[in-house]
Design a protein around this ligand. Structure first.
Ligand code: IDP
Ligand code: MG
Length: 149
């Protein structure tokens, strides 16, 4: 099934100059970029985005961190995009993440794990809606897409 998923390059990745590397990995896998913007997240948006973690010991640290510098928010589209991009991202703790994944290759600690990717269809729809208006999401055809449909 063709899905859209929400991806965010976190402040640590922006500051380490890994925006291009991360985008390139998702792009080269074959997913289609549907929306992208660089932004500084307001506290309120960060708290909504990470609402499932409110009350956890790391919540405040997480919100402080995500608001500490600009991020790059994106929508990526393609076959099984949600699960497939989670695989490219790797496990939450980079020390458990398989080499070859973004976190496995480029990060060491959970607090600075470089990237967010939606973990379910429901989360993807909710997160895309939090960060993007409908008119910011681009629709366009690629030559190979006709083979999939
Ligand atoms: P995910 O990003 O792999 O989906 P989640 O469990 O949803 O991981 O946690 C969201 C984010 O919260 C993580 O990516 C990480 O930045 C942060 N986080 C999760 N657990 C911890 C922790 O124990 N300490 C510090 N930060 C954490
Ligand atoms: Mg998560």
């Amino acid at each position: 099934m063709i899905e859209q998923t929400f991806v965010m390059v976190k402040p640590d990745a922006v500051q380490r100059g890994l925006v291009g590397e991360i985008i390139q990995r998702i792009e080269r896998k074959g997913f289609k970029l549907a929306a992208m913007k660089m932004m500084r997240i307001e506290r309120y948006l960060a708290e909504q985005h990470y609402a499932e973690h409110s009350g956890k010991p790391f919540f405040r640290e997480l919100i402080d961190f995500i608001c500490s510098g600009p991020v790059v928010a994106m929508v990526w589209e393609g076959e099984e995009a949600i699960a497939s991009i989670r695989k490219l991202v790797g496990s939450t703790n980079p020390n458990d993440a398989t080499p070859g994944t973004i976190r496995g290759d480029l990060a060491i600690v959970t607090a600075f794990n470089l990237i967010h990717g939606s973990d379910s269809l429901r989360a993807a729809e909710r997160e895309i809606g939090l960060f993007f208006d409908h008119n910011e999401i681009c629709q366009y055809a690629r030559g190979m897409d006709s083979w999939l449909n």
